[in-house]
Write a protein that binds this ligand. Sequence first.
Ligand code: PRP
Ligand code: URA
Length: 208
Amino acid sequence: MAVYEVKHPLIQHKLGLMRKVDLSTKQFRELASEVARLLTYEATKDLETETITVSGWAGPVSVQQIKGKKITVVPILRAGLGMMNGVLDMIPSARVSVVGLYRNEETLEPVAYYEKLATGMEERTALIIDPMLATGGSLLATIEMLKKAGCQRIKGLFLVAVPAGIERIVAAHPDVDIYVASIDERLNERGYILPGLGDAGDKIFGTK
Ligand code: PRP
Ligand code: URA
């Protein structure tokens, strides 16, 4: 497993804007999509390509195309939807596998309420998307669903995570790669990331 904190200046700049308390829903949404796009670029760097020949303006030309193209994007409802368009901008033909989970506010344990996975999960690389990796409970539950469906290659893309949540995933699923714009300091007593972004779902959906 590898954990990548993606220090690209565009990502860091956009994440910095997202931390402002007075951002509008529209601005937060736009930035979440933009950072998701950049994280996707990073997380797909190791996709295999193959050489094919196409007819170019001056005759046959060798070009690269992505081999297999079997990718499924896995947004964790609901906040994960805020990153989905950004990812699909980069991988328009990806299948979408939706997982519904919310955290019980008292126990912080994830509660599953929806699961609709793409077909042929055994052959697909899954890109889980969620703005926040806090205790890691939601990610653990999602990885377990995907592995139960036969998925063998899993990556997670997050805007913000904390070390304890990442360590929990590393211990349980050392084969899963994590791409995150920022590894923040810690969780507060209510399980929110500090300095974090606040409640990502409320900000993306404008429900606060
Ligand atoms: C948030 C976030 C993650 C989860 C992270 O979702 O989007 O899914 O919390 O926390 P964890 O690592 O401790 O599990 P939330 O439960 O607030 O639901 P929502 O997306 O429906 O708002
Ligand atoms: N979920 C959020 O939306 N924000 C946090 O800081 C932690 C979990």
